[in-house]
Design a protein around this ligand. Structure first.
Ligand code: F1P
Length: 338
């Protein structure tokens, strides 16, 4: 019997196709608002849980594409909601939220607005408090998950946000968006083939490694594996792993390295160090860094959220192996409100 989470993971290419088809309408208001992005001192992102790592990935990609012309920061909802961070008046704060109801994210946007900061939202619920508070919102109401676990909502909001960022800097948008849909279908299929061979569900310790946007993907992988399978998982910048954390490598360790073009040779060496210690490694990269690799045609970070798909599948396979239900993670609710 297929769980809701598996169904929602498998639907991601189809959702990306709909975002591609309806992009001009969905993105119009937010894109117009953010045009001439240099006029803002900062374009920052805020979210909770998976949406916090989504904020992290979008912020990293905006800094990369703006080449210093626009500064972007990312925050968890609580950092802004409880005044640990304040934003300059000429900043924009973009709230990211599947439900649009997470109290800390809603409070963060309200706080920013009180301080004269412009506010936007990317959410899967146009009728939500967040969409209502924001000056401008981009909504994906056709992404409606039944599972507590965020899978297609994470990648769909990330795809929309990444596309809008690329649109702001005049990148080859439609080709990019079409390629992402194709890459997502292929990585879904390739993951199933590879995982039937590697059997990630037989491991007890997961390590996800990457830089920048791929570090955000790795952190999302930690949340996915943790909440669905209650199994130890950790994430680091790839080479940081050798500075202490690798002490825990054993023959039950499975590391996934989300390799980028700039660091490939060094990340290949890190993979060999882990294998020498008895651990197993899967690569996600433009070309093989280890025998068991998922090959994707880009290593420039623009596919950062697509690389979360194999990590989602690892979480579900481990969860089912342990006789757990990935649809109802222990101790978790779909929305955290107080
Ligand atoms: C944020 C979130 C989810 C998590 C759980 C609790 O939700 O932390 O990431 O999986 O559902 O809420 P949202 O603000 O994106 O709706």
């Amino acid at each position: 019997m297929t769980t809701k989470t598996e169904k929602e993971i498998n639907e991601q290419p189809e959702k990306f196709g709909r975002i591609l088809k309806e992009y001009d309408v969905i993105s119009h208001d937010l894109l117009s608002f953010l045009k001439d992005a240099e006029k803002f001192s900062e374009i920052d992102f805020v979210g909770c849980g998976s949406s916090y790592y989504l904020a992290m990935g979008l912020s990293s990609h905006l800094n990369r594409l703006s080449k210093g012309k626009v500064i972007s920061k990312y925050f968890s909802g609580s950092e802004v909601a409880f005044d640990l961070r304040t934003l300059p008046k000429d900043a924009v704060l973009i709230g990211i939220s599947r439900s649009g109801e997470s109290s800390e994210t809603v409070m963060a946007l309200r706080k920013a607005k009180e301080n004269g900061v412009k506010t936007c939202a990317i959410t899967c619920n146009s009728k939500s408090e967040l969409a209502n508070i924001a000056d401008i919102s981009s909504n994906l109401d056709f992404v409606s998950e039944e599972s507590v676990v965020m899978t297609q909502s994470f990648t769909s909001m990330a795809f929309l946000g990444t596309s809008i960022i690329r649109d702001l800097f005049d990148r080859d948008l439609k080709d990019y968006m079409k390629s992402i849909q194709n890459i997502s279908s292929k990585i879904l299929e390739d993951s199933k083939i590879l995982f039937d061979k590697v059997k990630p569900e037989n491991y007890e310790h997961f390590v996800f490694l990457g830089y920048d946007e791929y570090f955000a993907s790795s952190m999302e992988g930690v949340i996915k594996v943790s909440e669905t399978s209650l199994t130890p998982a950790e994430a680091y910048q790839t080479l940081e792993y050798r500075h202490g954390p690798k002490s825990k490598v054993n023959n039950k360790t499975l590391a996934v390295i989300l390799s980028n073009d700039l660091m490939k040779l060094e990340e290949e060496k890190m993979a060999k160090e882990i294998e020498k210690l008895g651990g197993s490694v899967i690569g996600i990269s433009r070309s093989n860094i280890v025998v068991n690799s998922l090959i994707v045609p880009v290593g420039d970070f623009s596919d950062w959220f697509v690389r979360v798909i194999p990590l989602q599948i690892i979480g579900v396979r481990k969860s089912l192996k342990k006789g757990l239900s990935p649809d109802e993670p222990k101790n978790l609710t779909k929305v955290v409100k107080f």
